[in-house]
Ligand binder design. Structure first.
Ligand SMILES: Cc1cc2nc3c(=O)[nH]c(=O)nc-3n(C[C@H](O)[C@H](O)[C@H](O)COP(=O)(O)OP(=O)(O)OC[C@H]3O[C@@H](n4cnc5c(N)ncnc54)[C@H](O)[C@@H]3O)c2cc1C
Ligand code: SF4
Length: 571
């Protein structure tokens, strides 16, 4: 695979930069690349390492645990989240290093759930505002998928789908027998053919262990190399502890602990927090100061609130024939037939059904949870691993005021208070999970499973610093600018007001590209003025990483890829 060189540029100590980005993950990586390419002086502070994909990643379930944020986090509530391993990333690329790379878009209805369904809240923007960025990121990763994806805003993918593994076959077979429309072969940000300097997938199923092959997209390999070439600096092992408020109600930099554990201060004209739905509110709350005693950007008492997870129940079925779950990317088939609100059901919004392919250790844990298996009983089931298939429910849990990140009394290795996440499920969530779980079990049985069990779990955390038009009920505006402080931005999954039943990574990266375009359009105004111009920016195709429009062989009929190429050539 391509060799990723770590930081090339070093800003001098004490030198002020234009943008300081906290967290070089899914959103931070895209933002860093765009802003650097546009000529801004930009640094990314990243708490984890800059991965050497050759040496640091190996196809090993236990070895891959270091890709996750394993530092202390505390949870509570009636239905607590599991936070820790298998939750969010730590290191350049963040969660995109260990994601399964499923990349469905949100539906247009997701932006208007309050208007349409009377629940939750509308976004302060429309699907159409994000659509050009979905199209762009689908090319930049790039995404492999079907010629026609029928749900939400129906669209096709420029790059062809993956062949199906047996887990995909199970989903397609079960759905087809029940008359449920189903999509095979993506959308997934994994190369189905080689593109540029990245090889194609070899179907060994280690995607969430960090794809050593380089077939799976992560911002580490898609956007960070161009960010570095364009003059950005990434400081790895740099844990931001506090954002500093300077004169005139503007932030002027960030305190952080460097790789030797020494506290440092980096000056910046603007700060963008991209730390994930747990660490972003944690940093804002830990940055409380006399002017903002409840935490930065928290005059509305909304920082940390409306934390969301998706229902992620795993349904496991045993088949008489071989399935071999490891023999394909976990992400390669899905149905969104139950995504939208259906008046015939007794709950609002819905869910998707997706393939997952747990490797043996993850499978063992799921079987322990689903069947209470232990000792010899567990060994017996695990010896049958090759006969088991796993499908997942991906269900929309609504944003609730009391589901919230606050600070715990416990501290981490730097002495910084850690996050406490309180989480309850409410009536609508419980009804959706029950209905969805039973539907997936029905699909599994229809496909021919002789035994079906399930594990209740969550997936994908977002929210906790949501965007909105009203400063009294939201933290940032539609471009991620905090209502309280004109040069403090938030740009990651925490700004999502609702989450739909689509995996969030594509939306998070698309939002980051849009925020970058906005900042570039605003230019010096961001640093000098408190005026808020909410005009939509024009999507800048010319900021895509070089090579984006030269990759692979696009599917015939995808004329717009050539139009994009022409646009880029003109720019
Ligand atoms: C097993 C698994 C599979 C997944 N599969 C999918 C999938 O198929 N499709 C999908 O769309 N999503 C998937 N996700 C979710 C996806 O990975 C996340 O939604 C996404 O990465 C979140 O992006 P983010 O930018 O908000 O945060 P992240 O990508 O987590 O980036 C945050 C970064 O900030 C850094 N950071 C945090 N705090 C600080 C600090 N104080 N100082 C410095 N740095 C800091 C972190 O180290 C991290 O690198 C999966 C998640 C898991 C756990
Ligand atoms: S299955 Fe494909 S994408 Fe997944 S780790 Fe292997 S090569 Fe990478």
């Amino acid at each position: 695979m391509q060799k990723i060189s770590p930081a090339i540029r070093r800003f001098a100590p004490g030198e002020e930069v234009d943008y300081l980005i906290v967290g070089v993950g899914s959103a931070g990586g895209v933002l860093l690349q765009r802003l650097a390419r546009a000529g801004f002086r930009v640094i990314g502070l990243e708490a984890g390492p800059f991965w050497d994909t050759e040496k640091d990643w190996y196809s090993d379930e236990i070895g891959a645990q270091r890709l996750y944020w394993q530092d202390l986090r505390i949870t509570g509530g009636t239905d607590p989240l599991a936070l820790g391993a298998n939750n969010s990333g730590k290191g350049v690329g963040g969660g995109s290093v260990h994601w399964a790379a499923f990349t469905p878009r949100l539906h247009p209805s997701d932006f208007r759930v309050h208007s349409l369904d009377g629940v939750a809240v509308d976004w302060p923007m429309r699907y159409e505002d994000l659509k050009p960025y979905y199209e762009l990121l689908e090319l930049e990763m790039p995404v492999s998928g079907p010629a026609w994806f029928p749900w939400g805003d129906p669209h096709g993918y420029a790059y062809g789908p993956h062949p199906l593994g047996e887990v995909g076959n199970v989903l397609v077979r079960g759905c087809t027998r029940l008359g449920i429309r189903v999509c095979a072969g993506g959308p997934v940000a994994i190369n189905a053919g080689s593109h540029d300097d990245r090889p194609h997938c070899i179907y060994r199923g280690f995607c969430i262990q960090g794809c050593k092959v380089g077939a799976k997209a992560s911002t580490l390999i898609t956007h960070v190399p161009d960010a570095l070439r364009s003059g950005a600096e990434i400081r790895d092992y740099s844990m931001a502890s506090r954002i500093a408020l300077g004169p005139n109600n503007r932030v002027d930099g960030v305190f952080y602990f460097d790789r030797d554990g020494r506290e440092q201060f980096q000056k910046a004209r603007a700060v963008i927090v991209c730390g994930y739905a747990i660490e972003t509110p944690r940093l804002l709350l830990n940055s409380a100061c006399p002017e903002y005693p409840m935490g930065l950007a928290n005059s509305s008492d909304t920082v940390g609130r409306y934390l969301m997870a998706q229902a992620g129940n795993v349904i496991l079925g045993r088949f008489p024939g071989l399935v071999r779950m490891y023999k394909a990317p976990p992400a390669h088939a899905l149905t969104e037939e139950f995504y939208e609100t259906d008046p015939k059901r007794d709950f609002a919004r819905g869910f998707a059904i997706q393939t997952v392919g747990p490797l043996p250790i993850a499978f063992g844990k799921q079987i322990m949870a689903a069947m209470g298996a232990w000792g010899w009983g567990l060994r017996r089931v695990m010896m049958d691993y090759n006969h088991w298939c796993a499908l997942a429910l991906l269900g929309e849990i609504l944003p609730w005021h009391s589901n919230r990140v606050t600070l715990a009394k416990e501290r981490d290795q730097f002495g910084i208070p850690v996050a406490y996440a309180h989480f309850n499920l409410y009536d609508n969530d419980k009804k959706m999970i029950k209905f969805g779980r039973e539907k997936v079990m029905e699909v599994m049985s229809a496909a021919g499973a002789e035994q079906v069990v399930q594990e209740q779990r969550y997936a994908h955390l977002v929210g906790a610093a949501r965007m909105g038009s009203d400063p009294a009920t939201s933290v940032v505006d539609k471009f991620g600018r905090t209502h309280d402080i004109a040069n403090l931005f938030i740009c990651d999954g925490s700004v999502m007001p609702t989450q739909g039943s689509a995996n969030p990574g594509l939306t998070i990266q698309a939002l980051a590209a849009r925020t970058a375009d906005y900042l570039i359009t605003q230019g010096e105004n961001v640093f000098r003025s408190d005026h808020r111009d909410l005009t939509e920016p024009t999507p800048r195709v010319e900021l895509s990483p070089p090579g984006t429009f030269r990759k692979g062989i696009p599917r015939p009929g995808t004329g717009w890829i050539f139009r994009r190429r022409a646009l880029q050539a003109k720019a």
